[in-house]
Design a protein around this ligand. Structure first.
Ligand SMILES: [Mn+2]
Length: 342
């Protein structure tokens, strides 16, 4: 969590900003962090940082275009020094990934003090915005980043229609209305950029989650129907990925990624469905196998062992990793990884 002093400082900076520019990560945690902060004063603009998850020099074009007086960077793991050096207004970076040193940036990251701590950016954005009517947005961000926030009792009391009782995260994500909202927020970020920004603009004005889930206003109905269109692309993929019970500890799913990238959604849902297996989502690109790994137990040590002497690299979090393996070494790697996790 942010300290009281940090919250006060960021509230002040947000209040005094005339044209804030928000850069945020391309997932529910990033999106809800933006929505929470934007909805306080409804000033400035938001820009999604797409798949590279880095704020790089080319993004300076957006800064020139918008001419902000302050920049807020939300849930983006990396700001390149060249970007920070090219900006002549203050940058406030609120994040919870592995901290890195970037000069000329005001960094707010609880992991600087405690490397083990896990606090989604949306939880911190809610500390700053402190608008109780946006509690549901904060909850979507936290659950989306696989985190049970300390405001859960308040959430249960205020939104029993979204979550009726305490449950595990996999149950919340795949069996409840608030879990559906997490998926809706994730899917609205996919597809054509103009359509994505249109949906986000609508989200900045949605007052209650029922507008979306019950389609009780035209705005909410629009978002729900957009979600359903995208979900039609996802459902056949997850159907194909679900597999009959086998003894193998590894569930491997090959898929061709296009503009509709569902990698993280597939990996998360499969890991929740098969809690004892390691999920590998593999895409072949340019002679390499690009993979996302997920499990509900630590897999990083097995990955590191299996990679020794293999033409490839990988790493990440204890339960969620990425890797890239050269095609000729793929089968050999896979066998070694299976042996390691067995
Ligand atoms: Mn996050």
């Amino acid at each position: 969590m942010l300290t009281t002093k940090e919250v006060a400082l960021l509230q002040k900076e947000l209040e005094t900003a005339q044209r804030p520019l928000f850069f945020y990560d391309d997932d529910p945690d990033g999106l809800t962090s933006f929505l929470l902060l934007y909805r306080v004063y409804r000033e400035g603009r938001g820009v999604i940082v797409k798949s590279s998850s880095k704020l790089e020099k080319p993004m300076l074009g957006k800064v020139d275009e918008q001419k902000p007086d302050k920049i807020f960077v939300l849930d983006v793991p990396v700001i390149e020094q060249e970007f920070a050096d090219g900006v002549h207004v203050p940058i406030f970076w609120i994040d919870h990934h592995q901290p890195i040193v970037v000069k000329n940036v005001h960094s707010f990251n609880p992991r600087r003090k405690d490397p083990e701590i896990y606090i989604p950016t949306s939880r911190m954005a809610y500390q700053i915005s402190n608008h109780p009517e946006d509690l549901w947005i904060a909850a979507v961000g936290c659950f989306g980043d696989y985190y049970l926030p300390n405001f859960l009792p308040e959430f249960l009391q205020r939104y029993p229609q979204l979550l009726s009782k305490e449950m595990s995260l996999p149950e919340i994500l795949y069996q409840t209305p608030v879990g559906k909202l997490v998926r809706i927020f994730s899917f609205l970020l996919k597809g054509k950029t103009t359509e994505v920004y249109k949906c986000i603009k609508i989200l900045t004005r949605i007052a209650s989650p029922d507008e979306i889930l019950q389609q009780s206003t035209p705005a909410g109905k629009y978002l729900f129907q957009r979600f359903e269109q995208i979900n039609q692309r996802y459902e056949p993929l997850i159907e194909r990925a679900r597999q009959p019970a086998t003894k193998s500890k590894v569930l491997l799913f090959h898929y061709q990624e296009d503009e509709w990238s569902f990698t993280a959604d597939l990996a998360n849902e499969l890991a929740a469905t098969y809690p004892k297996k390691v999920i590998i989502i593999a895409r072949e690109k340019g002679g390499e196998m690009k993979c996302s790994l997920r499990a509900q137990f630590p897999i990083l040590p097995a990955l590191e062992k299996a990679l020794v002497g293999i033409d490839g690299f990988g790493g990440g979090h204890p339960n969620a990793c990425g890797m890239v393996i050269k095609k000729p070494d793929w089968e050999r790697f896979l066998q070694r990884f299976k042996d390691e996790v067995a």
